[in-house]
Design a binder for this molecule. Structure first.
Ligand SMILES: Cc1ncc(COP(=O)(O)O)c(C=O)c1O
Length: 404
């Protein structure tokens, strides 16, 4: 086997690596490494001498040549213990993984460092993404760094600072009437004519791999012992897929000195397709019923591209999914503020979810818990982007704004 290949999570077929996210059967394709080759080069000891970047795990990332790597200093984020919250929640340990310290203020930097590096390696020059915001600004930043043309499409209520950031990074930036999947449909309509690579969730293998480094890093920071419970804010779901993949690879490498954690997805009431599927015992995730009424954040993904994979991962780990209200999120933002943390709604949703699960007894007093603090509050402050980017309803309208 080459150093890595792709395997379908649905029909289990293995194929040679390519820039492809979907199998012919419709399942998601994830990277599978030859872990014997990895183990010959990488060990917990070899890691000790490497810099604090997600690329310290390069043997577990699908980029072949170091010169392809497009980096802005992602990864190496702090893991901090929260003694007061431990006492309040009555749990043995509570940690926050500070992903807001990544470039562009969110964990999305990891996914796009990896995706844009891969695209760079394969000679892609134009990339487009549908996003609720943070993915758009991360992609725009990494595309700028790589000298690629970027096109980003976000819903009209996307936070203004994020839109401004995309424009400053030089991306062709558009607002869309509708939600993230409407943005995705416009990209699909134009990609052949424009030569765009659609870097949406689970459309290529790089993003999950970049997000996987959150799990590798967490394990390393905790001395290769994982917590009992991880709470993660879930939208498209590649964060959960990445964490699960990290722990499975570490387990197969034999580096872990603990059981695998129970993974928890948090979503906001008004758009909870994963929570609903788990509650109803469904293996297929149904799109969230209209009208979708949750806040405009990264959690507002009514129809995740591979919801059934996320649901099956949560079940397999003994985990769950929990719905929190906008008020509970706002309260958690205030509470984290009193700990010196500036939290985006998605980041604070993890504390709101943990409080709920502790109150239900699902998280037990003797357990250790990690919250993934995925983005900074600043990105959500009121801001009017200047100039206001065009709003488009379809590809024909968008095309008029592109250079001919
Ligand atoms: C800050 C933040 N947290 C969490 C999520 C959800 O992540 P995922 O798409 O991996 O489920 C997003 C997605 O946009 C986000 O921006």
């Amino acid at each position: 086997m080459d150093r890595f290949r792709l395997r379908c999570t649905c029909c289990n077929k293995a194929i040679a690596f390519e820039l492809k996210g979907r199998c012919t059967c419709g399942g998601s394709l994830l990277v599978e490494y030859d872990l014997e080759q990895v183990a010959a080069k990488l060990s917990p000891n070899t890691l000790l001498g490497r810099t604090a970047s997600m690329w310290r795990y390069k043997e577990l990332l699908p980029v072949l040549h170091e010169q392809s790597i497009v980096s802005l200093g992602e990864g190496g984020t702090p893991l901090i213990r929260m003694p007061r919250l431990e006492r309040e929640l009555e749990v043995r340990q509570l940690f926050v993984k500070r992903e807001e310290q990544n470039p562009t203020g969110s964990f999305k930097a990891r996914g796009f460092s990896s995706t844009i590096s891969l695209l760079h390696e394969y000679g892609v020059t134009k990339v487009a993404v549908p996003s609720n915001g943070n993915a758009a600004s991360a992609m725009a930043a990494y595309a700028a760094r790589a000298g690629m043309q970027a096109v980003v499409l976000v819903p009209r209520d996307c936070p203004g600072i994020i839109i401004e950031e995309c424009m400053r990074f030089g991306a062709f930036t558009f607002q869309v009437r509708g939600l993230i999947h409407d943005a995705g449909a416009i990209i699909e309509a134009g990609k052949a004519e424009q030569g765009w690579f659609n870097a949406g969730t689970l459309r290529e293998p790089g993003r999950v791999e970049g997000k996987k480094t959150m799990g590798l890093e967490l394990a390393e920071q905790l001395g290769w012992r994982l917590p009992d419970v991880i709470v993660y804010p879930t939208g498209g779901g590649s964060g959960i897929v990445g964490l699960w993949k990290a722990f499975r690879e570490l387990h197969e490498l034999g580096w872990l000195q603990s059981e695998l954690p129970r993974l928890v997805s948090v979503q906001e009431r008004g758009c909870t397709p994963i929570v609903d599927a788990l509650r109803n015992g469904d293996t297929q995730v149904q799109p969230a019923p209209e009208p979708v009424s949750s806040s405009p954040t990264g959690l507002r993904v009514p129809n995740p591209p591979d919801g059934s994979l996320i649901a099956s991962i949560l079940r397999r780990t003994g985990g769950t999914a929990v719905s929190v209200t906008a008020e509970q999120i706002a309260e958690a933002q205030r509470r984290l503020g009193l700990e010196g943390l500036s939290s985006s709604p998605e980041a604070a949703a993890t504390l709101a979810g943990a409080i709920q699960l502790r109150a239900q007894g699902w998280i037990r007093p003797k357990e250790s818990v990690v919250l993934f603090h995925t983005a900074h509050a600043d990105k959500y402050l009121p801001w009017k982007p200047s100039p206001e980017p065009p709003t488009v309803e379809n590809y024909e309208q968008l095309k008029l704004w592109l250079p001919s």
